[in-house]
Design a protein around this ligand. Structure first.
Ligand code: C2E
Ligand code: MG
Ligand code: MG
Length: 688
């Protein structure tokens, strides 16, 4: 049933007027038609009273209606958004009360709106200033809010983003997974229905975002479902974690990789070895640890400088890598030491052949900037399960095997054998003994005469160090000099030799022995000491020995590494008046061009060439060539290791100047040496 519309105030007033006009019209009509005076008077009075009553009624009605209309007008203004409008409160008491309530309601509403606006402003400020990107999407996954941080990380303005589908910010390859993930949320399940690329981590997920320029980047996402005006919205707080990931990756590289070669370092190698051991144990497989140490690499660093040393190491690392399978781990354990982890070893012969390949690749001639380098390596191998069941033991045993390879002349590979352990213990004890030998005064010098081949007279002597080790007797230099070189102990030992030789020579001179030049061997390590020249000067000064009575013996490899620097050092020594000799000539690789520029006095032909002359034609030719070459350079030539008359005759025949060897005399203790010199003097005096 249709409910009749209530009449408006205006309609009611019109009805009121009509209701008044009809009786008035009747009274007017009666006034006109009344025939008697009395009737007319009554009609007139009635009309007047009616009009008066109507005027009164109208006034009363409009006094009631006006505040109501006022209220209605104010309400209309409020409805149109004018919250400042207020109803007038003058009028009948009831209406005044209504107007007052109405105004109070308006005040409350204004306060609430103000509070809401302030709260929204605050919220907007927070969203606007937030360091995290905040993106709100609606139920259809269209962007509804995109704060400045989101603009920054996605490289897209809010104006462009708002209204766009959220997939615009997700890499193509992840869109399916992301859709499922979001569907999971929109279904209220809150669980990840996505693929492997989107991980749900509590309320967090790690995903990849897509920047406007097409670049993918890692994001940390925290998604929440909110309701706004009864509609669900999804709010995502996003963090660009590329920098954090980069830092973590950098830290990982620093902690686990060698800075020079970029190979896994010792820590990572140990981890992988551990993991492989667990696997090998479970599946009953074998594995091998191959330790590779470059031979005499300290010499390369000491003589050529660390920059060249580093380049050589990088080149060697590349070569080693080239010999191995992808699955083998090659690591740089530090310095010049590398390690290879070979898994699934069923036959150790395979490991042997890998080791041979590694040796060969290191030994292949290395050319850097037209400079040739002859690098070799010593390799030690330990295998699981034969040589140990844990990483530390396998590494230790491979190390023992590697040292064994060094002792066997380097450039070879050795499998670990339990017997080696005893050997390495002996080596350790030698090293400990050597460390104390100097302070305990266990070193002494022997002197071997150098003889003029033409006159047969002693022309000089070489000081050779000996170690009188308690309980072990006289230890020859070959047994401890390499270890002293390796440990750096050769520097203080060499300093002691220089001082002792100069003091002894000066003492002999004071005692009246005919003056002789004493030759002292320098090691590679000593030669590169920055204070070598000043040390030599100080020792000469302190001992009182004239520089002309000292000769320093250096080897080819010591000077050929960094020839320019060597020339400088040699010139300084030479200008002091000290004589210089190249020892063991022919065993290293000299450049003849440089040889001419070195300010040297003597060349000592290595014993290995003298040993088989005159029988061996090659050696005879080499010896003859060295003698000629040395004379062409106007240098004196000395033959080392002369043991027979035939050797001496050959050398004499070809004009060699001096010789040193058992044929004339072995190295002698101080007293024996001075007795020998004295005897020769006496003989010369008798002959004269
Ligand atoms: P080197 O400087 O070439 O010394 C010559 C070596 O040959 C000496 O061995 C000497 O005893 C040996 N020798 C001499 N004549 C003959 C011979 O006719 N036949 C044989 N078979 N050998 C002969 P030594 O004393 O054992 O020294 C070996 C090496 O140890 C030296 O070779 C030198 O390189 C090093 N050395 C010795 N003393 C010192 C030292 O004070 N400082 C440094 N840095 N090295 C030293
Ligand atoms: Mg020598
Ligand atoms: Mg020599």
């Amino acid at each position: 049933m249709i409910k009749p519309r209530p009449l408006s105030i205006r309609a009611r007033l019109i009805l009121l007027v009509l209701a008044a006009v009809l009786p008035a019209a009747g009274l007017v009509a009666w006034l006109i038609v009344a025939e008697s005076r009395d009737a007319r008077a009554i009609a007139f009075i009635g009309l007047a009273a009616l009009l008066l009553a109507q005027a009164l009624a109208y006034r009363i009605a409009s006094a009631i209606v006006k505040p109501v209309r006022d209220l209605a007008r104010t309400a209309a203004k409020v409805a149109h958004g004018d919250l400042a409008a207020r109803a007038r409160v003058a009028g009948p008491a009831e209406l005044e009360s209504v107007a007052r309530q109405f105004n109070r309601m308006l005040d409350v509403r204004v306060d609430a709106e103000e509070a809401l606006r302030a709260s929204e402003e605050r919220l907007h400020g927070i969203v606007h200033m937030a360091a995290e990107a905040i993106v709100v999407v609606d139920e259809q996954f269209h962007v509804a809010l995109f704060n400045p941080a989101a603009e920054a990380i996605f490289g897209c303005s809010a104006a462009e983003a708002i209204g766009a589908g959220v997939e615009r910010f997700i890499p193509q390859r992840l869109r399916d997974a992301s859709r499922k993930y979001m569907a999971g949320f929109s279904a209220g399940a809150g669980a990840c229905a996505g693929g492997a690329s989107v991980m749900r981590m509590g309320d967090h997920a790690e995903i990849f975002g897509l920047r406007a320029d097409g670049e993918e980047f890692p994001l940390e996402l925290s998604l929440a479902r909110i309701t706004h005006s009864g509609k669900p919205l999804y709010s995502a707080v996003l963090n660009d974690v590329s920098a954090r990931r980069r830092d973590a990756a950098r830290l990982d590289v620093l902690a686990n990789y060698d800075a020079l070669t970029s190979l896994p370092n010792r820590a990572l190698f140990r981890q992988r070895l551990q993991r492989s051991l667990v696997h090998a144990q479970r599946y009953n497989e074998g594995l091998a640890v191959v330790l590779i140490d470059l031979d005499r690499f300290k010499n390369v660093n000491d003589t050529l400088g660390h920059e060249v040393g580093d380049r050589v190491l990088r080149a060697v690392a590349e070569r080693l890598k080239g010999c191995l399978r992808e699955v083998d781990t090659l690591a740089c354990l530090g310095g010049d030491e590398f390690a290879v982890l070979i898994e699934q070893v069923s036959d150790t012969r395979v490991v042997g052949s890998v080791a041979r390949k590694l040796l060969q690749t290191v030994a292949d001639l290395l050319v850097l900037d037209e400079q040739e380098y002859h690098i070799t390596a010593s390799i030690g191998i330990s295998t699981y399960p034969a040589d140990g069941s844990d990483g530390a033991t396998l590494l230790k045993n491979a190390d023992i095997a590697m040292h064994r390879a060094k002792e066997r002349g380097m450039n070879n590979a050795q499998f670990y054998a339990a017997a080696m352990n005893a050997h390495s213990m002996a080596r350790l004890s030698l090293e400990t003994g050597l460390r104390h030998a100097l302070e305990r005064g266990e070193f002494l010098l022997h002197y071997q005469p150098k003889v003029d081949i033409v006159s047969g007279r002693i022309a000089g002597m070489e000081a050779l160090v000996r170690w009188e080790r308690p309980g072990s007797g006289m230890v020859p230099p070959a047994d401890f000099i390499p270890l002293a070189e390796e440990t750096g102990l050769i520097v203080p030992i060499g300093a002691w030799v220089l001082k002792a030789a100069c003091e002894r020579n000066r003492a002999w001179q004071r005692q009246g022995m005919p003056p002789l030049r004493v030759a002292v061997n320098l090691s590679a390590r000593q030669f590169v000491q920055a204070n070598l020249v000043s040390d030599v000067a100080r020792v000469l000064d302190a001992s009182g020995l004239a520089p002309a009575w000292l000769e320093l013996e250096i080897t080819e490899s010591m000077v050929m590494g960094d020839p320019e620097r060597a020339i400088q050092t040699l010139r300084q020594l030479k200008s002091m008046g000290v004589a210089l000799a190249i020892d063991d000539f022919g065993t290293g690789y000299s450049s003849l061009g440089y040889l001419k520029r070195f300010p040297i006095d003597n060349i000592k032909i290595d014993r290995s060439f003298i040993k088989d002359i005159p029988r061996n034609n090659d050696d005879a030719t080499i010896t003859r060539t060295i003698i000629d070459l040395t004379h062409n350079l106007r240098l004196k030539v000395v033959a080392e290791g002369v043991e027979t008359a035939a050797q001496l005759n050959f050398l004499r025949e070809h004009g060699c100047d001096e010789m040193q060897g058992y044929y004339f005399s072995r190295p002698l203790a101080e007293d024996a040496f001075s007795t020998l010199v004295q005897a020769q003097e006496n003989k010369a005096a008798i002959t004269a």
